[in-house]
Design a protein around this ligand. Structure first.
Ligand code: FE2
Length: 223
């Protein structure tokens, strides 16, 4: 493989979305005021939404990417598949910790919130390392066992299995987390296959999530 013509990285865009959202959510948790009920409720809901997404993401990877690896190299998915089992436990533990923050008396809420922050920071750290293994070791297996065309086909099956609401949510996180050319290519592909009204609705959901320069560029690209 030439460094100038890399193979297709099926994990690249979704993992950048997850890394960005994990970092944003950890930051939001760290700046939460335990006495501000409204802010805290919003941040805990954001964290729960992220955990839902993580739980769903690892199922998609198990069902499609790990299955593909096992089909042509038995045993090759064991490392990241066992990480996923550990992540399922981590997600359940974080959900319990969120409930402890919600149930805490005012005087105890600060310490419960700090415990949740620490637990989530460890979860984020583990996930960052795990995603790197997927993008190095798992990709090496996929690249040896499958052509890029086949990897695209597996990805299309994975994406087609995602319910519309979840897909829109993923796009809302992915589009701001990738580069402008990637954003334009992704949305160009969606525009080519989606009904006009659905695409316009998607674009109006995405534009406010972008920084000013990115928003102007995307508006110009799809004017
Ligand atoms: Fe994973």
């Amino acid at each position: 493989m030439s460094e100038c013509s890399p193979r297709y990285n099926v994990y690249s865009k979704i993992h950048r979305a997850l890394r960005a959202h994990m970092a944003e959510t950890l930051t939001a948790l760290g700046r939460s005021d335990p006495a501000d009920e409204t802010q805290l409720r919003g941040t805990l809901a954001q964290l729960e939404g992220l955990l839902d997404l993580c739980a769903s993401h690892l199922k998609h990877e198990d069902r499609f990417m790990h299955a593909a690896m096992e089909a042509r190299r038995p045993g090759s998915s064991h490392k990241t598949a066992s990480d996923h089992l550990h992540h399922v436990e981590g997600i359940a533990a974080l959900r319990r910790e969120i409930e402890r923050v919600r149930a805490a008396e005012a005087g105890c809420r600060e310490s419960r919130l700090e415990a949740l922050y620490h637990q989530f920071s460890a979860f984020v750290a583990e996930n960052f390392e795990h995603m790197l293994v997927e993008e190095s070791y798992n990709n090496a297996v996929l690249w040896e066992c499958y052509s890029d065309t086949e990897i695209h086909e597996i990805e299309q099956l994975l994406v087609a299995s995602i319910p519309p609401d979840e897909h829109a949510r993923i796009l809302g996180l992915m589009v701001p987390a990738i580069s402008a050319p990637e954003r334009e290519a992704l949305l160009g592909h969606i525009r080519a296959v989606a009904p006009r009204e659905a695409f316009d609705g998607l674009l109006s959901m995405l534009l406010p999530r972008l920084a000013d320069a990115d928003r102007s560029r995307l508006r110009a690209a799809f004017a």
